[in-house]
Design a binder for this molecule. Structure first.
Ligand SMILES: *[C@@H]1O[C@H](CO)[C@@H](O)[C@H](O)[C@H]1NC(C)=O
Ligand SMILES: *[C@@H]1O[C@H](CO)[C@@H](O)[C@H](O)[C@H]1NC(C)=O
Ligand SMILES: *[C@@H]1O[C@H](CO)[C@@H](O)[C@H](O)[C@H]1NC(C)=O
Ligand SMILES: CC(=O)N[C@H]1CO[C@H](CO)[C@@H](O)[C@@H]1O
Length: 321
């Protein structure tokens, strides 16, 4: 091949530079489907840090009790829905899992068919580093309580991380200071502008896709309901996509640019965590405003039938870096 003229080389350099500034192209590193969840995650049978009426079981117990279940294309994670509890015993059995891998700059795509639906429930799909929390930051991708939409995507950090300037997104900010201590634990949140993003309406629509993109320039959360014709094919087909290009995905639901937050400094290597607690510091404290029966703890103790739909059904999790 003849050497390229230097003017063309210069032009190519400009194009490559533009691509790396966008930083928006990623390659697949992890495909987690069905029983892959058992090797990609470990079970955390720890006391609930948020004081829930829950008993996190270990992996063998979860499988023996069918609180987790894997088929070739499904991973189910649920709370117990058969037992009336001893009021003096531990809470209702449930599951909390943490990825074995840690991630910094990455995109994770969560294809979720169903999320926990129950009074008293507080499910979460999130990323943090438990050993350095809160200094290592926290990214809440999907989280809420007591079946109340919409989803809130939230960052929690230590002092010195705020969100400012232009932030194209479809969601609505609920606060710009990400410092947990300064905000009574609230952090900087964004409500997804679609009630199908959470709970009963999410499930009635067959769920959908959540994605988080984390770079040193911005953290973004995307949501597409199951029947959304604008979902990129590289997202709906994420298990077979070898590459993704987030600059083609359109406006995110939530955007947290680094204009007044040094992301590299405030966010460590994170694990992906999936937890399902009941009552506790958030779901329990607002239970009386949710239209749910009785008290939170009484409902958890005495109404196992209320937890039949308290399960996640994951079609897949894929990670690109
Ligand atoms: C375990 O849970 C799965 C998923 O919900 C269900 O299909 C299966 O029938 C359950 N197995 C038993 C033994 O209950
Ligand atoms: C937490 O962050 C530290 C420092 O970045 C890192 O060494 C560690 O692997 C991370 N993950 C866990 C689970 O501690
Ligand atoms: C935002 O990210 C860019 C690229 O990594 C970096 O040059 C800049 O210093 C960051 N800004 C802040 C406030 O951290
Ligand atoms: C009970 C439990 O582990 N709760 C955690 C679930 O996830 C959220 C993240 O949004 C944490 O803040 C809770 O500590």
């Amino acid at each position: 091949m003849a050497p390229l003229p230097s003017s063309l080389l210069a032009a190519t350099g400009v194009i490559l530079m533009a691509l790396s500034v966008n930083g928006a192209s990623y390659s697949k590193t992890d495909t987690i489907v069905g029983s892959d969840f058992y090797s990609a995650f470990n079970f955390e049978n720890i006391p609930d840090p948020t004081h829930g009426r829950v008993n996190y079981v270990d992996g063998p117990t979860a499988q023996a009790r069918n609180l987790t279940f894997a088929s070739h294309d499904t991973f189910i994670l649920r709370a117990d829905h058969t037992n009336v509890l001893d009021p003096n015993g531990p809470g209702r059995d449930s599951v909390r899992i943490r990825s074995n891998k840690v991630f910094t700059s990455h995109v994770a795509v969560f294809n979720i068919r169903h999320m926990p639906e129950a009074c008293a429930s507080w499910p979460a799909v999130w990323e943090t580093n438990e050993s350095t929390w809160p200094n290592g930051g926290e990214i809440d991708i999907l989280e809420g309580v007591n079946n109340q939409p919409p989803n809130a995507a939230v960052l929690h950090t230590n002092a010195g991380c705020t969100i400012s300037g232009s932030r194209p997104m479809t969601g609505v900010s609920t606060g710009d200071n990400c410092d947990g201590d300064a905000t009574g634990g609230a952090g900087c949140g964004v409500h997804v502008a679609d009630d199908r993003s959470y709970g009963p309406a999410f499930n009635a629509n067959g769920g959908g896709w959540y994605a988080v993109e984390r770079t040193n320039e911005a953290i973004k959360v995307f949501f597409w309901p199951r029947d959304d014709p604008t979902v990129p094919s590289e997202v709906s087909g994420a298990t077979t996509s070898s590459q993704i290009h987030t600059e083609t995905w359109g406006t995110p639901s939530a955007a947290f640019p680094n204009t007044s937050c040094n992301i590299e400094e405030h966010f460590d290597e994170h694990n992906i965590i999936i937890n399902l607690t009941l009552c506790g510091d958030w779901a329990g404290n607002v239970y009386q405003f949710s239209g749910c029966p009785s008290t939170c703890v009484d409902f958890v103790n005495n109404s196992p039938e209320g937890f039949v739909d308290a399960f996640f059904d994951f079609a897949s999790i894929t990670v690109f870096q």
